[in-house]
Ligand binder design. Structure first.
Ligand code: AMP
Ligand code: GLY
Length: 420
């Protein structure tokens, strides 16, 4: 079988690596991939906005299954487009992808189906928003409605901070803004809950906690994610049942009443307040770096799982997991999440010799004449599985120190809540 992965991050390298283990697959393609995927897959350099070129390539090569990694092509409708040509694709359709593409779409489903979430209001211009805030108590959370790579969210402790947020959003910092959202601030502990869906059935696909802030102690600017660990310390059977019954099932019912369904990975971002789950956001894909943290624990053939989803027979497969603890640390280019230099060589990367239960997934890298260069803000993901989180983190840090990359930095405190 031939399988194609859409995307070029650490998540996609982790998906490629997991699929590489399947004896049913003889060729993997990655669109466009990175230096890491180039070792196990054929990288195909096509712009992800060019749906027709992607489709032609898939049909020419007779690729049997496509897995879409990132949100943008999902929200833009790549799945619907490829399915029209009878290509098997794993990922949600354009309508279902609105769960991530529009926070207001999700909030309206929450309202209609009584899904626990922060109280919210939708506002259409600066005046309306400012007038509302004059009579509100702080902190509040202000969010752009668009896809904003995790950056369109402001936690504001006073009217001053709120004014900056409102201006930036309505001035188009995250794309044209017709609305913004103001939410009640939820004070609890975050957790990410993953599930996999075939349109009819779904199964849990692990839990994780990521660290979004750039600096140690969860300080500084928001990033795509500096590291993660799995499982979350909060999960237990009772909480899992609440998440499924109060949040996931009503959401699926909401989609079904809109005459659609959900197929793909679903990432439920939650705030747990006194053992009660509140929905913060949906993402219609695996998280990055949560995917690099969770997938190494998967013991069942990922290809079998994905094919069973395409056949709507996920209920017939038993998904097995290692019960080890997993931790992932992201090595970034100095300067990230602001400006950073690109095309800097990562000289010592070939000196890393991974032991059992250690993994290295590339994100923003490219290979040229056998040398590996950093091209993005988040560059490498080191994951380790162990009986405890501390040992996992120690083995990762040992490898990162061996890498000794002068243009890189990383957080040494990933997982501090489960370690210190
Ligand atoms: P989002 O992009 O909606 O996940 O928001 C990014 C981050 O902002 C979340 O991971 C939370 O840390 C924080 N956040 C978002 N909404 C809320 C809320 N209503 N209350 C508290 N924190 C929030
Ligand atoms: N790690 C957060 C995300 O993938 O959105």
């Amino acid at each position: 079988m031939k399988v194609g992965i859409i995307g070029s991050g650490g998540r996609e390298h982790a998906i490629c690596s997991q699929l590489k283990k399947s004896d049913k697959i003889h060729e993997i393609y990655c669109f466009p991939g990175n230096a890491g995927t180039s070792k196990i897959a054929k990288n195909v350099d096509i712009d992800l906005n060019k749906f027709e070129e992607i489709k032609k390539y898939i049909l020419n090569q007779n690729i049997n299954l496509i897995v879409v990694g990132p949100e943008k092509p999902l929200v833009d409708g790549l799945v619907d487009y490829l399915k029209k040509s009878k290509i098997d694709v794993f990922g949600p359709n354009k309508m279902a992808a609105q769960l991530e593409g529009s926070k207001i779409f999700t909030k309206k489903i929450c309202e209609k189906y009584k899904i626990p979430t922060a109280k919210f209001g939708i506002f259409k211009n600066i005046n309306e928003t400012t007038n509302f805030l004059k009579n509100t108590s702080f902190p509040v959370v202000i969010k752009a409605d668009n896809l904003a790579s995790g950056k369109g969210v402001y936690i504001c402790k006073d009217l001053n901070e709120a004014s900056t947020a409102i201006e930036e959003i309505f001035n188009g910092k995250f794309g044209k803004a017709e609305n913004l959202l103001i939410e009640e601030y939820l004070d609890g502990e975050e957790m990410s809950f993953f599930s996999i869906h075939d349109g009819k059935n779904f199964k849990c696909f692990g839990t994780a906690q990521d660290h979004k802030r750039v600096l140690e102690g969860d300080n500084g600017k928001n990033t795509g994610g500096m590291g993660a660990y799995s499982p979350s310390r909060l999960i237990n059977k009772e909480l899992e049942k609440k998440i499924i019954d109060k949040i996931i099932k009503p959401t699926l019912k909401g989609l079904s009443n809109l005459n659609t369904e959900y197929q793909g990975f679903l990432y439920t971002g939650l705030m747990i307040v006194k053992n009660e789950p509140y929905l913060i956001e949906y993402n219609v894909r695996m998280g990055d770096p949560e995917c690099q943290t969770i997938l190494p624990k998967l013991e069942t053939d990922l290809f079998d799982i994905l094919i069973s989803c395409c056949k709507r027979k996920l209920n017939e497969i038993d998904i097995k997991w290692s019960n080890k603890k997993s931790l992932c640390v992201v090595v970034c280019s100095k300067g990230y999440p602001d400006t950073f230099d690109k095309n800097i060589e990562i000289e010592n990367i070939n000196k890393i010799d991974l032991q059992d239960n250690e993994y290295l997934f590339h994100a923003g890298t490219k290979i040229e004449n056998g040398k590996i260069y950093a091209t993005g803000g988040r560059v490498l993901n080191f994951t380790s599985l162990s009986d405890d989180f501390l040992k996992a983190r120690e083995s990762i840090i040992k490898n990162i120190l061996k890498l000794d990359w002068s243009n890189g930095f990383f957080r040494k405190d990933i997982g501090y809540k489960v370690i210190d």
